[in-house]
Design a protein around this ligand. Structure first.
Ligand code: ARG
Length: 459
């Protein structure tokens, strides 16, 4: 097929260097299952409308499934002389069936074929990513349950801010991942429109039934403009954007846990199975997996940029540039899938060092804001209450006492007459936690409700 790859139009065989430069088989062979699926649906439609006979259709469908089995078994032969996976599979079919095989490409072009295959691949990928996200959510919910009674220092600017319940902290990631899953579903909805039948760019004069194909392949609808669909890679860009945001969420979490597993924090015990040692320092236990999850986000961001730049300025319908969409798309999916899988097992196996955390909760005046709100409840304007408590914190810092509760009793009414005996009931992180009450806050009752709701949702 080499020199005759393009049929009768060409008198000269393609230069080897051009073959090497233009091939996509080295990476688009991953689309073989989707290509066979789409071709099978296409052949069945051709038979349905009478463009091929039922017997021809049967031969084609059987041939395709044998080719698929060969590819899966690793016995299928690839050659650079056949540019891509689509040509490989079709040529193998023609090798088997002769003229019957030569009918498969009726009323389609590789332009709508490749768009269909890539969409099917990305749709499968999105479904796997959703399952991975759900698994990670369940891991965070599990961590929330295991650490129900642990109080953590909450940080802003990485400075101690206010106390939070550990389940509240873990559920924050469950929420982020829920938005990721929403985005996956939304992206899938827009993706799920069938390109096949657009043919090269203008559609076809043959009496095809595109709805028949859409139904067989699980597409919700059929693309309404043939010129649009062969150039449309919005779904690829959108998928990779969704993946990028997931990668960013994972990178932020990984960074936090790298910090938490340091000697300095000592908040977190990571399972040995997900850490590595050092070739020279025998005592080391490094959080390499977390670091690599953080690092791999760079690849995904890179893939998104590649796709954005790739489609910039492309005229309508198919342009060969579009062949370059696959590697960044595949890599983004592969990378995020691997990161999600490891994130889930790390979260499932990690333990907060409750004793260390508890022993340091008196540092950082985590109860100062609660005391300020106590004053507000006593009728003091917020700005004034802020000043009063700020003054008390300043006193502590100057007198070297770690906790507001360590100040001499008389300092409180001296700072403000409303700071009476009741003050002792709000000081300290345990009291501070109990004082929360707003929806979405770290109030124990609220957190319990959220935890129960997530357990039901993810069951
Ligand atoms: N190998 C090409 C790709 O992956 C297939 C589409 C080629 N279409 C064409 N008109 N040359 O994009």
């Amino acid at each position: 097929m080499a020199s005759k790859a393009w049929g009768g139009r060409f008198g000269e065989r393609t230069d080897r260097r051009v073959e090497r430069f233009t091939e996509s088989i080295s990476f688009d062979r991953r689309l073989f299952e989707q290509d066979v699926r789409a071709s099978t649906a296409h052949a069945e439609m051709l038979a349905h409308v009478g463009l091929i006979t039922a017997d021809e259709c049967q031969q084609i469908v059987r041939g395709l499934s044998e080719i698929k089995a060969e590819i899966e078994a690793g016995t299928f032969e690839y050659t650079l002389e056949r540019e891509d996976v689509h040509m490989h599979i079709e040529a193998a079919l023609i090798d088997r069936l002769g003229d019957v095989g030569r009918k498969l490409h009726t009323a389609r072009s590789r332009n709508d074929q490749v768009a269909t295959d890539v969409k099917l691949w990305a749709r499968d990928g999105l479904d796997r990513i959703d399952a991975n996200l759900a698994e990670l959510q369940r891991a965070f919910v599990g961590a929330a349950e295991r650490h129900r009674d642990v109080i953590l220092p909450g940080y802003t600017h990485l400075q101690r801010a206010q106390p939070v319940l550990a389940p509240h902290y873990f559920l924050a990631y469950v929420e982020k991942l829920a938005r990721d899953r929403d985005r996956v579903a939304d992206c899938r909805k827009r993706l799920n429109v069938l390109p096949l039948g657009a043919a090269a760019l203008a559609g076809t004069t043959l009496p095809i039934d595109r709805n028949h194909v859409a139904e067989a392949l699980g597409f919700a609808s059929v693309a309404a403009n043939s010129m649009d669909v062969s150039s449309d890679r919005d779904f690829a860009v959108e998928s990779v954007f969704v993946l990028t945001l997931i990668a960013e969420h994972l990178a932020g979490w990984a960074e936090e846990w790298v910090l938490w597993s340091t000697q300095e924090f000592s908040f977190l015990a990571l399972p040995d199975a997900y850490c590595t040692g050092s070739s020279i320092m025998p005592q080391k236990k490094n959080p390499d997996v977390l670091e690599l999850i953080r690092g791999r986000s760079a690849r995904v961001i890179g893939s998104l940029n590649t796709l954005l730049v790739l489609i910039k300025g492309l005229p309508l319908a198919y342009n060969r540039d579009l062949q370059e969409d696959k590697e960044p798309l595949f890599d983004a999916f592969d990378t995020v899938e691997a990161c999600l899988e490891l994130a889930a097992v790390i979260v499932a196996g990690a333990t907060l060092r409750a004793d260390v955390i508890a022993s340091r909760l008196d540092e950082g005046f985590l109860d100062a804001t609660t005391l300020m709100e106590y004053l507000i409840k006593e009728g003091v304007p917020q700005r004034s209450a802020h000043e009063v408590i700020g003054h008390l914190v300043g006193l502590c810092v100057r007198q070297g006492c770690k906790r507001l509760a360590d100040l001499p009793d008389e300092e409180f009414p001296k700072a403000h007459p409303s700071l009476g005996a009741g003050v002792k009931d709000v000081l300290g992180v345990a009291n501070a936690i109990k004082a929360f009450q707003s929806y979405g806050s770290t109030a124990p009752a609220e957190v319990e409700k959220q935890l129960a709701a997530w357990k039901t949702r993810l069951a």
